[in-house]
Design a protein. Structure first.
Length: 442
């Protein structure tokens, strides 16, 4: 079955800046900087003719991006000069700092601070897509925004200050809220425009400015193809809280970053209707029920482009939490840096089969990022209701454990950690299933 990448050749056509294939409808949606009459196009630029050369029955839908001129890509929404003015009081100084207000690298213009808290979930030296400063380590907490917001499109050095509010909004060195500590480099074929800054926990808020107090209710990590037609809402510096419908879920788009990058193609993007302007880059994007689904980074007068938040986590090597972490976790926790990280990115696929009423599964912790074709060490914690001998089977490997103590002993004293390993099949995509079973040995 075709995928969006099978139609990326259309990005070579005149004015084509985005393409998305909908498998359910066998439809290619082509986004153009401006529509032109078919008779004015050369055959090599006529997207419908080109698609039907190899896919006769595939529907072609051409969508105008609203530029009214020939362009090679969408605009990243924080490097515009001059930056539009912010709405309401989002350009004020906010302490503690929430997501959705003015924030950017001290050497740039104006952007938006994004999701917090995000916890580094992969050893920084092992991140396959990202680059990290030596100043951070596994388990540290960071705030996220775009690469072009915090890292100046790969141009920034680690340690460059991030200001809240942005320089355009009057921010200066007294308004520094952190330093650039990590990012995924912008390059053809990447899936994200994301970077991270350091945080001081007591100066940060896990709230999202202008949105409901309980958001995010969850973080969406798979099932994006189901979202076509769903309404999403963002909170950002320039236009505040705005909403639009999702038009594409796996789009390949071209974005004009300028400088040495020129036009860069990013894959696997969400495209929604217009809900952003310059300075909104870095805005978190939610479904109507409060589930965090995207990170906004580019757009036009008709569309808004967002990274899938699941790709943000995977490619940067972080886990976004849906609640404020405990005070003794993370950056300020001293020795807690060396503790394993609970990577709920993968726990959502866990299939747990517990047999017996006297042994409960408390948690499973992966010691490293799960990738296809790897064997990853894990720690499984179980708790018994009373002393005795128990069996535990993890991914087909069975062992027994003896939990001793008094009948009246507290349940905390009957907790046991078991070392295990999980083999991730080569053909795994977004999730991997792990079956765990256990019970009493009579």
């Amino acid at each position: 079955m075709p995928t969006t990448q099978d139609f990326e050749y259309l990005l070579e056509c005149r004015n084509v800046i985005g393409v998305d294939y909908d498998e359910r409808e066998d439809k290619v949606r082509v986004f153009v900087s401006r529509k032109l009459p078919p008779e004015t196009l050369d055959d090599e630029d006529d997207v419908e003719k080109r698609v039907h050369e190899t896919a006769v029955d595939t529907t072609v839908d051409v969508v105008d991006a609203g530029y009214d001129e020939d362009r090679n890509g969408y605009e990243p929404l924080s490097i515009l000069e001059p930056a539009p003015e912010a709405v309401e009081d989002r350009d004020d100084r906010h302490r503690p700092v929430p997501a959705g207000v003015s924030e950017i690298n001290a050497n740039s213009t104006a952007g938006t601070g994004g999701p917090y808290p995000a916890r580094i979930a992969t050893e920084t030296g092992d991140a396959t897509e990202a680059v990290w400063s030596d100043a951070v380590d596994l388990g540290d907490f960071v705030r996220l925004s775009n690469n072009h917001v915090y890292a100046r499109s790969n141009e920034a050095d680690f340690g460059e200050p991030i200001l809240q509010p942005s320089p355009h909004d009057g921010g200066d060195r007294d308004d520094e809220v952190g330093e650039l500590v990590g990012y995924v480099p912008i390059a053809d074929g990447v899936r994200v425009d994301v970077a991270a800054r350091s945080v001081e926990r007591d100066r940060e808020s896990a709230s999202y400015y202008g949105l409901e107090e309980g958001w995010p209710t969850d973080v969406r990590r798979d099932g994006y193809d189901e979202l076509r037609g769903e309404t999403v809402t963002k909170t950002g510096r320039t236009t505040g809280v705005t909403s639009a419908s999702i038009e594409a879920t796996s789009a390949s788009v071209t974005v004009e970053f300028g400088g040495e990058h020129g036009s860069v193609t990013l894959r696997d993007q969400l495209i929604a209707g217009h809900m952003s302007e310059g300075g909104d880059s870095g805005s978190p994007v939610f479904l109507e029920d409060g589930e965090l689904v995207g990170l906004l980074f580019a757009g036009s007068a008709e569309q808004t482009i967002c990274n899938r938040i699941g790709n943000v986590e995977r490619d940067l090597g972080v886990e976004i939490l849906a609640a404020e972490p405990d005070e003794d976790e993370g950056n300020d926790g001293g020795d807690e840096r060396d503790a394993p990280v609970y990577t709920t990115t993968f726990e959502e696929s866990l299939e747990v089969d517990l047999e017996g009423a006297t042994l409960d599964l408390e948690s499973i912790t992966f010691e490293d990022r799960l990738r296809p074709g790897t064997r990853v060490a894990a720690t499984v914690v179980v708790a018994a209701s009373e002393p005795g001998s128990y069996w535990l089977e993890i991914a087909g490997e069975r062992r027994t454990v003896d939990l001793e103590g008094d009948e009246d002993e507290a349940r905390d004293e009957l907790r046991h950690a078991v070392d295990a390993a999980v083999d991730v099949p080569d053909d795994s995509s977004d999730t991997v299933g792990v079956t765990i079973a256990g019970g009493r040995v009579e």
